[in-house]
Design a protein around this ligand. Structure first.
Ligand code: 5GP
Length: 192
């Protein structure tokens, strides 16, 4: 357990729900929030930077860190692709007197909450439908057809986790989703 007084805003939901856009928006609204940079073993996309979007590790290095107990939580989100939250990352941000916001998968979100039950808020971002989600993923054009299908199938499973979250934000209209998320996070952080 890490000692610290910071709070955790844990945003999750299937790939393509707009959760990354919502997290970016919240970072702009709440100056004390800072983004938890996860470690992952998938290849870096051309627009991504190591140490900003993720800490990109080889699968071997990732496994070494699992064995060393360096992760607060980790998941093999897609076969062969590991993602996880490093203890050192949360420590780094809490030491800087920041609250931490996470963009992680649904299982990781619920596991993280178990470490910090009182200090964390779990927010599930819900897409209008699986079809809408598939369309968004296609438009994003960051995945090959095989990977896209994998993500859509995983999304169907992830949607069943929504009731386990503290709150749900519907992302039918992005501006409404921004407002709803702002209200929830504002109430949770208060003036802290
Ligand atoms: P992407 O490959 O699109 O960047 O992310 C794939 C999925 O992994 C997303 O649902 C993302 O939120 C999730 N993810 C990112 N970082 C973490 C993490 O540290 N832990 C877990 N469990 N999932 C993560």
């Amino acid at each position: 357990m890490i000692a610290g007084s910071g709070r955790l805003v844990i945003v999750a939901g299937p790939s393509g729900t707009g959760k990354t856009t919502i997290v970016r928006h919240l970072l702009g609204v709440f100056p004390r929030l800072a983004f938890s940079i996860s470690a992952c073993s998938r290849p870096r996309r051309p627009n991504e930077r190591d140490g900003e979007d993720y800490y990109f590790l080889t699968a071997d290095k990732f496994r070494e860190k699992i064995a060393a107990g360096d992760f607060l939580e980790w998941e093999e989100v897609y076969p062969g692709s590991f993602y996880g939250t490093l203890r050192s990352e949360v420590e780094r941000l809490w030491n800087a007197d920041r609250h931490v916001i996470f963009d992680i998968d649904v299982k990781g979100a619920l596991n993280l909450k178990k470490h910090f039950p009182k200090q964390s808020l779990t927010v599930f971002i819900q897409p209008p439908s699986v079809e809408a989600l598939e369309q968004r993923l296609r438009a994003r054009n960051t995945e090959t057809p095989g990977i896209l299908e994998q993500r859509v199938n995983k999304a169907k499973d992830e949607l069943t986790y929504a009731p386990k979250f503290d709150c749900i934000v519907q992302n039918v209209d992005l501006q409404n989703a921004f407002s709803a998320a702002e209200k929830l996070v504002g109430d949770f952080l208060g003036d802290k």
